[in-house]
Design a protein around this ligand. Structure first.
Ligand code: FAD
Ligand code: UDP
Length: 366
């Protein structure tokens, strides 16, 4: 029976562990943190499921992915509808008729489109090359200035003129009164949190937490037939080609002695002068109206330094080139496969991670 080591107990590692275990491979999972589930880990504080590594909303248009995750948890009908606060003004996100009517005092889609076209007039937007141009092209100057410019600069630590345009294309722009942040067909939060999903996937499998692959890299390479590695690809190669850039976030989490702090799960602070990007009130993900207290996390973004958690790959041209060179090295590692957000250096959502793990497993014949 072939022995497979899986490095990392996040969603990518857990899907691989679950599927390969079913096929009869001998699976061991190691995880450097003191808990499983990677960035989707949730824990109970004051009986509220807290998303320790940031707000996670499951959304997908892929029915097979939706059915798959529903095997491991029951999902509620949460729809993400964040609020944006700019100075003392309050707007609906994503950019939709509610946002346009409040900002521009318009009532119809036609009026909103005319206003946006008017705001684009002074810009040459034929060849959009960066996030600022892309944003103005989509929603005009006013929304760019109030709701995008400051938030994005805080989030990425760079001005929008130096960022790739695709980042802003993640957000829908709609000329309907619809505050749903996502366009996907299926959306929700697992009732009881995400950790149970990974627990069920890893049930019956040997899992060692607080265990870092690099403490025994050579021994693992000798001992196992195959390794599925979901940590950072540059770290695996000891940064031999240089460091890939990541963006990291950190959270200040507090228990507050009130039952409802901000009335919404996610509130974005789009003004550059407010040091955090968003405030998460966890109880609203599960419509909890019974707890007398609430748990609130302020999310701050900062430059990645050694020792920080590498949360977001920075997929600009320089980093993409460097990643491609690491990928060439990875292809020569005959028994090691690289997967997940860090192993593939991609801005993956959870559904992308599941699809990517499935695709990988199709090619993985031992
Ligand atoms: P991870 O969850 O990072 O798992 C990798 C695991 O490997 C980690 O547990 C790590 O500790 C472990 N590891 C690394 N190196 C080693 C080592 N040397 N030895 C042992 N273990 C190691 N997606 C959505 O779909 N919806 C959302 O709303 C959403 N919100 C997000 C918000 C934030 C702030 C962030 C950062 C991400 C968000 N995502 C969201 C993306 C989602 O978190 C990822 O798609 C998913 O968790 C990635 O799974 P993974 O297994 O690839 O990586
Ligand atoms: N964004 C913004 N204002 C907001 C929310 C998002 O300008 O209020 C931009 C920002 O550049 C961000 C991108 O849209 O990086 C994608 O936002 P999303 O909420 O998808 O980011 P994530 O949840 O991955 O942090």
């Amino acid at each position: 029976m072939k022995k497979v080591l899986i490095v990392g107990s996040g969603l990518f590692g857990a899907v691989c562990a679950y599927e390969l275990n079913k096929k009869g491979y001998q699976i061991t999972v190691i995880e450097k943190r003191d808990h499983i589930a990677g960035n989707i880990y949730t824990e109970k504080i004051e009986n509220i499921n807290v998303h320790r590594y940031g707000a996670h909303i499951f959304h997908t248009s892929d029915k097979a992915v939706w059915n798959y995750v529903n095997q491991f948890a029951e999902f509620n009908n949460y729809i993400n509808s964040p609020i944006a606060i700019y100075k003392d003004e309050l707007y609906n996100l994503p950019f939709n008729m509610n946002t346009f009517s409040k900002l521009f005092n318009v009532k119809t889609p036609k009026e909103a489109k005319e206003r946006i076209e008017e705001e684009k007039k002074n810009y040459h937007l034929e060849n959009v090359t960066n996030l600022e141009e892309q944003a103005i092209n989509l929603v005009g100057k006013t929304i760019y200035e109030k709701l995008i410019k400051g938030y994005t600069a805080k989030q990425w630590g760079k001005p929008c003129t130096e960022l790739p345009s695709f980042i802003i294309k993640r957000l829908p722009v709609r000329f309907t009164f619809d505050n749903n942040y996502f366009n996907d067909r299926y959306q929700g939060i697992p009732i009881g949190g995400y950790t149970q999903i990974i627990e069920k996937m890893l049930s019956g499998i040997k899992v060692y937490t607080s265990t870092n692959f690099f403490d025994r890299k050579q021994e693992y390479l000798n001992e196992y037939d195959y390794i599925i590695y979901t940590g950072a690809i540059d770290e695996y190669f000891d940064y031999s080609l240089g460091h890939l850039e990541y963006r990291t976030v950190y959270f200040k989490t507090e228990v507050l002695d009130c039952d409802n702090y901000q009335g919404n799960a996610v509130v974005n602070y789009t003004d550059y002068d407010v040091p955090y990007t968003r405030v998460i009130e966890h109880k609203h993900f599960e419509f909890d109206s019974t707890s007398p207290k609430t748990v609130v996390s302020k999310e701050y973004s900062k430059k990645f330094e050694t020792g920080d958690e590498p949360y977001y790959p920075v997929n600009d041209e320089t980093n993409s080139r460097l990643f491609n060179r690491y990928r060439e090295l990875a292809e020569n590692e005959k028994k090691v496969f690289f997967g997940g957000r860090l192993g593939q250096y991609k801005y993956f959502d959870m559904d992308d991670v599941i699809i990517s793990a499935w695709n990988f497993l199709k090619t993985f014949s031992l």
